[in-house]
Design a protein around this ligand. Structure first.
Ligand code: ATP
Ligand code: MG
Length: 273
């Protein structure tokens, strides 16, 4: 069997999302195609309003596309009923939000335990797993703190631990460092990447922060609802670029090399200050 096909975890075909605002049509996504392999870190970048969150929300099954297919782990989630989708998300998907979305009346431990409650994990076991994850994100001493008793960076680390609870195959993150300063951002991003790599979980993250691009195995750059470039980090650190409108067929043009993120990726470890 083809190992490439076996490794593929997400396939998106001709994805279109049009919102109706009164009589006006907002074409948030205008025909998007790509594939993602198991264990990849995928960074989706683009300017404000380019369609990043729309794309992520559809991949995570939070919104339905107007047209097109999204196949995740062999299931076409665009056609799934809401009931099945909820169960699918609980089983396979974690989500990190920009504004943390922690439950204010719960402690860090209770917040991280929550996805395990939905998975039917017994109390003792879920407390054990939540405590382990909180230790992994450096919050061993803050397990019984409530969100208001923690800094932004600490709250986001709780949000990260929660997203990884139950080891979902895919973790989505929409601007997870958007509310943090640049130094904390890189630390938090380090943590997310480390957790994802540890169990070969797939991470799909939206950001407008180009400093985070070096973390991506695949970088999808979108503009006005269309993919501009897909940059893939090949084995050994070299770089492959797919350009949507490349009619020259010359993948080694100076423009391509100049826009290639590979040189940054090769210095992944020096990014951290
Ligand atoms: N529910 C909605 N109804 C109507 N239009 C919407 C809706 N959600 C998004 N849009 C529009 O779709 C386009 C893409 O929005 P989206 O939120 O995906 O952008 P984004 O790339 O995530 O931007 P940002 O970086 O500012 O978060 C924008 O023009 C936005 O106004
Ligand atoms: Mg957005």
């Amino acid at each position: 069997m083809n190992t490439k096909k076996q490794d593929m975890i997400i396939e998106v075909n001709d994805l279109v999302k049009t919102y109706l605002l009164g009589k006006e049509r907002v074409r948030a996504l205008r025909g998007v195609d790509f594939t993602i392999n198991r264990g990849e870190i995928v960074i989706i970048v683009g300017s404000s309003g380019s369609g990043k969150s729309t794309l992520l929300n559809m991949l995570a099954g939070l919104e339905k596309p107007t047209k097109g297919n999204i196949e995740i782990l062999g299931h076409n989630i665009a056609k799934m009923s809401e009931n099945k989708l909820t169960k699918f998300r609980q089983k396979h998907i974690g989500f990190i939000f920009q504004s943390y979305n922690l439950l204010p009346t719960m402690t860090a431990l209770q917040n991280v335990s929550l996805p395990l409650v939905f998975k039917g994990v017994a109390v003792k076991q879920r407390e054990r797993e939540a405590a382990k994850l909180l230790s992994a994100v450096g919050l061993k001493t803050h397990m019984f703190h409530k969100p208001t008793q923690m800094s932004g960076g600490q709250q986001q680390r709780v949000g990260i631990a929660r997203a990884f609870a139950g080891s979902p195959e895919i973790v989505f993150a929409d601007e997870p460092t958007g509310n943090l300063d640049s130094k904390t951002s890189l630390k938090v991003m380090d943590l997310i990447a480390q957790l994802a790599r540890k169990k070969r979980q797939t991470l799909i993250m939206v950001t407008h922060d180009r400093a985070l691009i070096p973390y991506g195995d695949q970088v999808i750059d979108i503009l006005d609802g269309k993919i501009q470039t897909i940059t893939k980090k090949a084995e050994g650190g070299s770089c492959e670029i797919d350009k949507e409108d490349d009619t020259t067929g010359n993948s080694n043009s100076v423009d391509d090399i100049n826009s290639c993120q590979c040189s940054d990726q090769c210095h992944r470890d020096t990014v951290r200050s």
